[in-house]
Design a protein. Structure first.
Length: 483
């Protein structure tokens, strides 16, 4: 550890180059923020533990400029085939079926191996001029009123105005800050997950092998756009799964009709005990927790990676606004206010799905997540129907007047949307008259039932910040953000 070397300076230090850290770095880079991603490992994570991208996350990735690459790298979740003694005995669908709508164009989860998602995100970051420094293991982190200083096992320290812990469930940053994590074991039975090559199975289905007497659960997934499968196996409490090629061959041979030798290669393997835990707080001064450093999920339902990417998406625009002087530092208080309740809800959902108490349905798609209780959500209309869109809700897509809303929202700006001829737009302020909102795009469309007539200020992350029948009060909302 070289604590006497000159410090490297950056606006934001991101510790961890997983999906959370990379998504945040992309969002900051496209806003012109100098951010440095440091990763203790020598390369990106090599496995596919997280492989399901939910519809809301696909919308986020669309905005970050990687949706086409993600679509090309993945596929829909296949129908599962249930096997018994080498005979197909039924089918299993992992997720409830859903159809795209005008307001929600991405309806179903998309399967992409986590390592491939990270490659795509890293390539996008490089395209934007960002960088990842590998082999940087954090040794300590300190902060003062002006910034954060991080030291490393090797290499010079880094001085940043803010830091973000995206370094996983065993977060070194979280522990260095003394932030506790409260949770429970979801299932004491250890689980094995491995990326392997297998002969003798078709790649058009997921393959499920229910537990036989004295055995355990086994599922084998074809990983889209690869020649690999993911093996998931549960073991009795107290077992230490054997992660070697021979160990995985024995499990597959004992629990399926396949011969042990049909497993020809293990690319990556890990074991874990499903748990649900959440940090006691998501912020300590100038340091923020995001992703698994803030909340650890059972993999059931595919909520962990998705909740993590959306942490980054919530935090990125706020950090950029404060760093540029566009917004008051108090804007950063809304990160924990908004994301901690969401993480708690998603943890509960993951746990219920793992225990068979809930289905993988509408809630897992995360399109209904919103921030109505946030200080940033100001609703000025009265008498709204229960199902009406409100401030704090996700802003739906749609095509009206020749404009597609997601195309208008895409980017780093706010969007001032007026809907319907009946709305009073005469008093609509010019974007330059909205302090605290440096970049505002004005869009007018005819009546659209998803919104109802009115004036809507759409945040950079695609949620309705302010809503009214007229523009009265809008300037005050913007002024409050600038402080």
């Amino acid at each position: 550890m070289n604590t006497h070397a000159p410090a490297q300076h950056t606006d934001v230090l991101i510790v961890g180059a997983g999906p959370t850290g990379l998504a945040l770095a992309i969002d900051l880079a496209r806003r012109g923020v100098d951010a440095l991603v440091v990763e203790r490992a020598g390369a990106l994570f090599p496995g596919s533990r997280g492989k399901g991208l939910q519809p809301r996350t696909l919308e986020v990735l669309d905005d970050l400029g990687v949706h086409d690459a993600i679509r090309a790298a993945g596929a829909s979740y296949p129908v599962g085939v249930i096997w018994q003694d080498g005979v197909r005995t039924g089918e299993h669908r992992m997720f409830d079926a859903a159809e795209p709508t005008e307001g929600a164009p991405y309806a179903e989860p998309w399967m992409v191996p986590q390592w491939r998602t990270q490659e795509i995100l890293a390539a996008r970051l490089a395209e934007l001029g960002g960088e990842i420094t590998f082999g940087r293991e954090l040794a300590g982190i300190e902060q003062d009123p002006e910034g954060v200083t991080a030291t490393f096992v090797s290499g010079p320290p880094v001085r940043a105005r803010y830091a973000v812990a995206a370094d996983g469930g065993r977060s070194t940053v979280r522990r260095a800050l003394g932030i506790g994590m409260t949770g429970e074991s979801v299932d004491p039975s250890p689980m094995l997950v491995a990326d392997v090559r297998i002969e003798g199975l078709d790649r058009d289905h997921m393959h499920v092998f229910p537990p036989a007497e004295g055995g355990g659960y086994l599922a084998i997934w074809p990983l889209a756009s690869t020649d690999e499968f993911q093996v998931v196996a549960a073991f009795p409490e107290g077992t230490e799964p054997d992660l070697s090629l021979d160990g995985i061959r024995k499990v597959v041979g004992a629990r399926s009709h396949l011969a042990p030798g049909d497993v020809t290669e293990v690319r990556w393997a890990s074991d874990f005990r499903p748990r649900a835990a959440m940090a006691d707080r998501f912020r300590d001064g100038r340091v923020f927790l995001a992703g698994d450093s803030a909340h650890v999920h059972s993999p059931a339902g595919g909520q962990g990676l998705n909740t993590s990417v959306q942490d980054a998406y919530n935090l990125g625009w706020k950090l950029a606004a404060v760093l540029s002087g566009e917004a008051h530092a108090s804007l950063l208080d809304s990160y924990e206010e908004e994301r901690l309740p969401v993480a708690a809800d998603m943890l509960g959902l993951s746990t219920r799905i793992h225990r068979g108490e809930a289905r993988r349905g509408e809630a897992t798609r995360q399109l209904g997540i919103g921030y109505r209780a946030s200080a940033l959500a100001v609703e000025t209309r009265d008498g709204l129907a229960e199902e009406a869109l409100r401030a704090g809700d996700r802003a739906p897509d749609g095509v009206r007047g020749g404009l597609r809303l997601f195309d208008e929202f895409r980017g780093t700006h706010w969007t001032l949307l007026t809907v319907g001829a009946g709305s009073d737009v005469a008093g609509l302020p010019e974007p330059s008259a909205l302090p605290g909102l440096a970049d505002v795009r004005t869009v007018r469309i005819p009546s659209y039932e998803e919104y109802g007539d009115g004036v809507f200020l759409i945040r950079p992350d695609g949620y309705v910040g302010w809503a009214g029948t007229t523009a009265e009060g809008l300037a005050s909302y913007a002024a409050a953000i600038s402080g």
